[in-house]
Design a binder for this molecule. Structure first.
Ligand code: CP
Length: 320
């Protein structure tokens, strides 16, 4: 198993072999999570702090569950009740927590690059739970695991990523991961939601769903990221759904066995038809959530191994 990283800040820092290592280990954690007793001790004695400066349901809950299932002491810092509200900076907050000797720090922040900056100031492993429009590495890894389990591989697939590409860290991390794994990537969006220069990632660009979905193996829908929009990017939600919302009729352009994905939270009737989202024969949205816990367990397990190796400790060694 190859995984050299000290932190998980983005997919751009991972090699294809490291990505495969995460997916292989996550597959084993899927099995553990389906048992009645879901307990392991690979993080026993370690402390995990979750710092979410932006709202989250899936990512925060799954990092918390992942840490607890691996035996870590998990603390969720409540940003709303913290001294951040009194003006304490991100760096001072991080240094304060670092002085309490955490081993794993999970951070979500609205500013691109904030998590990388924080990682340079602390001496524990830092996991990026989403920073601005930059990266959401565990989302791309859980998407890759979901695709690999549904399609039997994570190479040589045609993947259509549709919607608000411009504001999406999910799209960016997926673009990087799917490109590293040699897939054919198509981006479908209205021109106002397609970031300039994105074709440098080696993807094909479309502003028409029928053309972009033609023959796709995987259809990945994105949320309209209203919190990152500072103006009108679409004429109306109704118009957007008519042209870019996924329904059974538009999906008919993709392969008959194409899977439908959405990272959540989803806006039914804006990005995706509610019935299609719930159709267990096409939609793997619930599988994505399940894979999220396993992938986060795998990432923390691998980072903890590197942390112990850096401290000259064996997995079971305890210092008293
Ligand atoms: N996909 C995702 O990051 O969801 P949350 O914002 O609920 O964590």
């Amino acid at each position: 198993m190859i995984f050299r990283a000290r932190h998980l800040l983005g997919i751009e820092h991972l090699s294809p072999q490291e990505i495969v290592s995460v997916l292989d280990l996550a597959d084993r954690y899927v099995d553990l999570n389906r048992r009645t007793v879901k307990q392991s001790d690979v993080l026993a004695g370690m402390t995990q702090i979750n710092m979410f400066f932006e709202n989250s349901t899936r990512t925060q809950a799954s990092f918390e569950l992942a840490g607890k299932r691996l035996g870590a002491d998990v603390m969720n810092m409540s940003v709303a009740q913290s001294s951040v509200k009194k003006g304490e900076t991100l760096i001072d907050t991080a240094l304060t927590l670092n002085a309490m000797h955490p081993d794993l720090l999970v951070v979500r922040h609205p500013s691109s690059g904030a998590v990388n900056l924080l990682a340079s100031k602390v001496n524990c492993a830092v996991l990026n739970a989403g920073d601005g429009r930059h990266e959401h590495p565990t989302q791309a890894l859980l998407d890759a695991l979901t695709i690999r389990r549904a399609k039997g591989r994570i190479q040589r697939l045609t993947v259509a990523i549709c919607g608000d590409i411009a504001h999406s860290r999910v799209a960016r991390s997926n673009l990087i991961l799917l490109g590293k794994m040699e897939n054919r990537i198509r981006l479908i969006a209205p021109p106002t939601l397609m970031p300039p220069g994105v074709d440098a990632f080696g993807c094909e660009l479309f502003d028409d769903m029928a053309a972009g979905l033609e023959g796709a193996d995987v259809v990945m829908m994105l949320r309209l990221q209203r919190e990152r929009m500072d103006g009108g990017f679409i004429p109306s939600e109704r118009e957007y759904y008519h042209r870019f919302g996924l329904d059974a009729e538009k999906l008919a352009a993709a392969k008959p066995d194409a899977i439908v994905m959405h990272p959540g939270p989803m806006n039914r009737g804006v990005e995706i038809d509610g019935e299609l989202a719930d159709d267990i024969n096409r939609s793997v949205i619930q599988e994505q959530v399940e894979m999220g816990v396993a992938v986060r367990m795998a990432c923390m397990d691998l980072l903890a191994r590197n942390l112990r190796a850096g401290r000259g400790m064996k997995a079971t060694e305890v210092m008293v």
